[in-house]
Design a protein. Structure first.
Length: 256
């Protein structure tokens, strides 16, 4: 069986990173032609773990769900969960393929999968459209990924959440996307938009897409970003330090 760290890493990749292919479809309408006459299910799995996720593709859109599909069109099975994680982290790892008749589904999916490479630290788009896509995907990855660490029993995030009262960490780009992470008594939830039922414990407000890009890609540090007006942080000072550490922890787990 895979070790706990690999299980946790796979949880983030399969439940937080893989679903971002839906963002690609939403932000890149030209990709919709790939769904013409589509009707298939692509399964990701590893031999040493019960974890998995599947992608359903139809003309109506893309569905991504954790777990094992009862009748996938094609299955990509990695020898180990570590190899699956290497694949999602942009490394070299090749799966076994079962279900040759499902190859058209795989071919349709590959352009979406390749677009996820924009999450890689080395991917630095120069155009505003590319920056906007990376910012939106990174923000959702951060909120959802941190939530999955809580749910998966991560020592750092899980320990924090168990002791935490009801707190909301809000991330907002002025005139752009927003998302949030809510933690309370060992539980967590990530969502899109602005959480309206409670004032944020910490609210990170980016001046615009370009400013968010500079900060989220770590080309500009938090202190410098605040000083230069790229970022405004509202709420508890200790909370802003915590969320910075949490983001570093997530990055270390997924890219380390």
């Amino acid at each position: 069986m895979a070790d706990a760290r690999e299980e946790l890493k796979a949880r983030v990749f399969l439940r937080s990173a893989l679903p971002l292919v839906k963002v690609v479809l939403a932000e890149r309408p030209q990709y919709r032609h790939l769904l013409r006459r589509a009707n298939g299910v692509l399964q990701f799995a590893a031999r040493d773990s019960e974890q998995g996720a599947w992608v359903g593709m139809t003309e109506e859109g893309i569905e991504v769900k954790p777990g094992k599909h009862p009748e996938p069109s094609i299955t990509l099975t990695f020898k180990t969960l570590k190899e699956l994680n290497t694949f999602f982290a942009g490394g070299m790892a090749l799966p076994g393929i079962h279900g040759i008749r499902g190859l058209p589904t795989l071919v349709r999916f590959l352009p979406f999968m390749l677009k996820l490479k924009i999450l890689m630290p080395t991917a630095m788009p120069e155009d505003l459209e590319g920056k906007a896509l990376k910012v939106r995907m990174l923000m959702q990855m951060i909120a959802s990924g941190l939530s999955q660490l809580v749910k998966g029993g991560d020592e750092v995030l899980g320990g924090y959440a168990k002791k935490s009262p009801d707190r909301v960490f809000q991330f907002t780009v002025r005139g752009g996307p927003a998302c949030y992470l809510r933690v309370k008594a060992g539980k967590s939830k990530a969502g899109l938009g602005t959480y309206a039922r409670r004032r944020p414990y910490v609210h990170m407000i980016f001046k615009d897409v370009s400013a968010a890009f500079e900060v989220l890609t770590q080309r500009v540090g938090t202190v410098e970003a605040v000083k230069n007006g790229y970022l405004t942080v509202e709420g508890a000072m200790e909370g802003s330090k915590d969320v910075g550490l949490f983001m570093q922890h997530l990055d270390s787990l997924t890219m380390g």
